[in-house]
Ligand binder design. Structure first.
Ligand SMILES: C[S@@+](CC[C@H](N)C(=O)[O-])C[C@H]1O[C@@H](n2cnc3c(N)ncnc32)[C@H](O)[C@@H]1O
Length: 395
């Protein structure tokens, strides 16, 4: 494919950044050699003030590193490619792309399967002190996730990894949220289960000095009772668990953050709907047990090869469900991102669908509706819970 020089890289970088799929970029093969400059590398980093693009100029004997605001970083890299470099290799968890700029100025793009399948951890590595400190937290020991030495208990390393990644992701989103109201934040976790991630949520907010009331809603009363006991023993005064279902919960008039991790099947839709109705700034879900669309799917002829394999048809139903949910969030004025929450080896339920309320911009609603309509028609869908709750069922 041959295309105009600046846009493809600019667009691909922006898209990867927005979707939190950006892993790294290298600009190489300079057009005119600046003495000693070999290449430019870029990757995302999490700093105290929010996420930045870390740009490193690699000379033969030294490196110069700059941390730029996302938009500045993206533009700098795209401009630099357009004027000084002939090759750019972009790695994202959605796919890898090689851009080549010819002397005529034309750019060719080659796509390949992603070499990295998990969203990059923005802190340094497994020995990261923040992760270690979290593993040592008494709440994780009390809930049976870690030992007194901060090591995962047997069978709990996946849960520990989820808690660590969740706290990191939440930290970035909270840092990027510059218009927090000057009052106690209201935060809800739907389908809280044993409360591992609800405690982690309350802990992350406390760590940032944020005043917040956190409520975990859970259908199983025995789990609620045990989680409230743990909250009391551990001194989590602003955390409580209530027994009941998402739809029946007597929610406050407004919610600031809505979380629903591994809420089964359409419970994720009920939770998203509640968050939308209550005007939540952040919606964080990790959908699982997608059962609603699978029996409805009529595969278009081009996908006959998929429909013949049960597991592939199931995956197709999951993809469709989450794509529809993401579009419905976009339609309601949110920027929606779908990314891998933890590495697949830690949990098969590893997608996160996050929504951040937009203050401005966004695509025209009719364009979003049209895309929903085409998906709906292509697979002969009849009903999807979030679409139904929002009154957005295509006709
Ligand atoms: C797989 S667990 C996830 C627990 C926790 N969020 C986590 O990720 O560790 C799902 C939980 O959601 C609860 N649940 C399912 N549907 C619900 C609903 N409609 N209302 C409230 N809780 C629900 C289940 O009882 C279960 O404890």
């Amino acid at each position: 494919m041959v295309v105009n020089p600046v846009c493809p890289l600019l667009n691909a970088l922006r898209k990867a950044w927005d979707a939190s799929t950006f892993v790294k970029l290298t600009l190489s093969s300079p057009e005119e050699l600046e003495p000693g400059l070999r290449n430019i590398k870029a990757r995302p980093v999490a700093l105290k003030d929010g996420r930045r693009i870390c740009l490193t100029q690699c000379f033969a004997t030294r490196e110069i590193t700059l941390n730029l605001l996302p938009e500045d970083g993206i533009r700098t890299l795209a401009d630099s490619f357009a004027h000084s470099w002939t090759r750019a290799n972009l790695f994202t968890t959605a796919g890898d792309f090689q851009f080549r700029r010819e002397s005529s100025g034309k750019v060719s793009v080659r796509a390949a399967r992603p070499a990295f399948t998990a969203a990059p951890a923005l802190e340094h590595d497994r020995r990261n002190p923040l992760r270690k400190a979290l593993a040592d937290e008494p709440f994780l020991q009390r809930l049976g996730v870690t030992t007194l030495q901060g090591a995962p208990r047997p069978g709990m390393s996946g849960k520990l990894r989820q808690v660590q990644r969740f706290v990191e992701i939440l930290g970035h989103l909270l840092a990027d949220w510059t218009t927090k109201p000057q009052r106690t934040l209201r935060i809800a976790d739907m389908g809280a289960g044993k409360g591992y991630l609800t405690f982690a949520l309350a802990h992350a907010l406390r760590l940032r000095g944020l005043d917040a009331e956190v409520t975990g809603v859970e259908a199983r009363p025995e789990l609620v009772q045990e989680a409230n006991r743990a909250a009391e023993e551990l001194g989590f005064a602003q955390l409580r668990f209530v027994a009941g279902t998402i739809g029946a919960w007597d929610a406050p008039a407004e919610l600031d953050v809505l979380v629903a991790l591994h809420a089964c099947n359409t419970a994720t839709d009920d939770a998203l709907f509640l968050g939308l109705e209550k005007g939540a700034e952040l919606l964080l879900t990790s959908p699982c047990c997608h059962q609603e669309l699978r029996p409805q799917l009529h595969f278009p002829p081009a996908l006959a090869a998929v429909s013949g394999h049960g597991i592939l048809a199931e995956r197709q139903a999951e993809i469709l469900t989450d794509a529809l949910r993401a579009h419905l969030l976009e339609l309601r004025g949110y920027s929606a991102r779908v990314f891998e929450f933890v590495e697949p080896e830690h949990s098969g339920k590893n997608l996160m669908l996050a929504g951040v309320r937009r203050t401005a911009g966004g695509r025209p609603k009719e364009a979003i509706r049209e895309e929903i309509r085409s998906l709906w028609a292509a697979f002969g869908l009849k009903s999807q819970q979030l679409a139904k709750l929002l009154g957005e069922v295509p006709v």
